[in-house]
Design a protein around this ligand. Structure first.
Ligand code: DLL
Length: 440
């Protein structure tokens, strides 16, 4: 562990620490952020009203639209003289969300990412190939900071130019790779296209996140690249990557860095707290941040939490994989389905390559959904030799039936030839929403 004391703190000590830090954070936003001053006034709350962790429920939520309304600097709690870094979330529509960091914020972020890399299996002396994009996106520079803090040799490759990525992996012999799961898959695919064996590289661990992925995708990546793949979670509004990460020992839920972030899970409709184990919307409150402290931020991400101790020895609360974002949930004839649930099913069909996209269209008054999948190269070649083969496979019906059984919905399925689905160098576009001509 990088910080054994914090990562194994007893529940009682963690609660005490979190309460003290929560009180300080509430005081800080009350002093410096007009949005919170107004909200506290409206609700009749004083910072002194926070006397227990449960009192967090007295505090208002913060939503993405609040950040947009105060673009660009309205949520900053430090003077600009103290801000040494800005990042921004991409935002599919309108202005991005700008987040700021003081030197202390950067140091704290480096610390939690260093913990994350160790949790994923990396250590000082190893080489780490970082394919997350460098720039306003927090992925590249976030992992970079943590790598340098840990003392792992960090290679700032950034995303794209896949052939060069492969050359660097072959020559620099990294043990750890950081990328979105979809881009890691693309790197493996490019190696295969070049006649190289992706299992034969020096890589041992993958730090994958920034987009929803399934356990089946983990198995695919682990098999293709001959590595252990762990899930890393984070969002720019809260800090960036490193809010939570799995341990490579057990890969059984993501350990939340609880001395920095207080987690809640709520019902997104009633906004009531949900019991541990139930899926709902993740809500985070930052406990240490100076420049951009955030209270009860509604992430839009669906997951559950457990406070049971992990066998790795870390005592921190763990969150499940993210099922998906609330906005990405498809409602098909009244049934809710996340693309990641379809991914789980598709990746079990060996005739398919692990790529897919979901098209949503308007069909009269109803929405229609089409799932596009791709034949694997091997199946395609078999079909070319025997054009009847693809019909015999009956793949379309098989996939429809599997989705009907697991997700309780009937959708259109279109089986395409290899390489038809666009590949990503960062976050994959899984949903193409043609009702509004937007991609999500
Ligand atoms: O994606 C930060 C990050 C970089 C995380 C590198 C992990 C690795 P944003 O661009 O602000 O920040 O996007 C945040 O991405 O609210 C989730 O919807 C999604 N997301 C992030 N990590 C995961 C994950 C970065 N492990 C948004 N699983 C979040 C599923 C994830 N979704």
């Amino acid at each position: 562990m990088f910080n054994e004391k914090m990562e194994t703190l007893s529940r009682e000590d963690m609660n005490d620490l979190q309460l003290t830090k929560l009180q300080q954070t509430v005081q800080r936003v009350d002093n410096h952020v007009s949005f919170y001053q107004a909200k506290f006034n409206e609700l009749g709350i004083e910072p002194e009203d926070i006397q227990s962790l449960d009192d967090i429920r007295k505090l208002p939520f913060t939503e993405k639209k609040d950040l947009r309304n105060h673009y660009p600097y309205g949520f900053f709690a430090s003077p600009m003289d103290d801000i040494i870094r800005l990042h921004a979330s991409s935002g599919t529509s309108g202005k991005p969300t700008v987040v700021g960091y003081t030197q202390k914020d950067i140091d704290d972020w480096a610390e939690i990412v260093a913990r994350s890399i160790v949790s994923a299996g990396g250590k000082a002396g190893d080489v780490m190939h970082n394919s997350y994009g460098y720039g306003l996106f927090t992925g590249g520079l976030g992992l970079h900071l943590g790598g340098e803090k840990l003392g792992i040799t960090t290679v700032p490759v950034s995303g794209g130019n896949t052939k060069r990525q492969i050359l660097l992996i072959e020559d620099l012999k990294p043990k750890v790779i950081c990328a979105t799961p979809s881009y890691a898959l693309r790197i493996a695919e490019q190696m295969e296209e070049e006649g190289k064996d992706p299992r034969a590289t020096s890589l041992k661990y993958g730090i994958f996140g920034s987009e929803p992925w399934s356990d089946e995708m983990r198995i695919t990546l682990e098999e293709k690249l001959n590595i252990k793949a762990v899930d890393i979670y984070g969002l720019s509004e809260v800090v960036g990557p490193g809010v939570a990460i799995e341990c490579h020992e057990h890969q059984d839920g993501l350990h939340i860095q609880e001395d920095h972030f207080l987690v809640e899970v709520i019902d997104p409709h009633t906004l009531e707290a949900l019991p541990d184990g139930e899926y709902g919307e993740l809500v985070f409150t930052s406990l240490e941040k100076e420049a951009f402290p955030i209270i009860r931020y509604r992430t839009g991400d669906i997951a559950s939490i457990t406070r049971e101790m992990c066998r790795c020895g870390r005592s921190t609360t763990r969150m499940s994989r993210i099922k998906g974002r609330i906005g990405d949930m498809l409602i098909i004839r009244g049934v809710n389905v996340f693309p990641s649930e379809m991914e789980r099913i598709l990746l079990q069909v060996k005739e398919l390559a692990p790529y897919y996209q979901v098209y949503v269209r308007k069909d009269g008054h109803m929405d229609s959904v089409e799932l596009q999948v791709e034949l694997s190269e091997m199946t395609f070649q078999a079909c070319e030799r025997d054009p009847e083969h693809v019909k015999v496979l009956g793949l379309k019906k098989q996939i429809q039936a599997m989705i009907k059984e697991e997700c309780l919905v009937t959708i259109d399925v279109n089986v395409l030839s290899p390489k038809s689905i666009p590949r990503s160098e960062g976050k994959a576009v899984r949903i193409v929403d043609q009702r509004t001509r937007q991609t999500i």
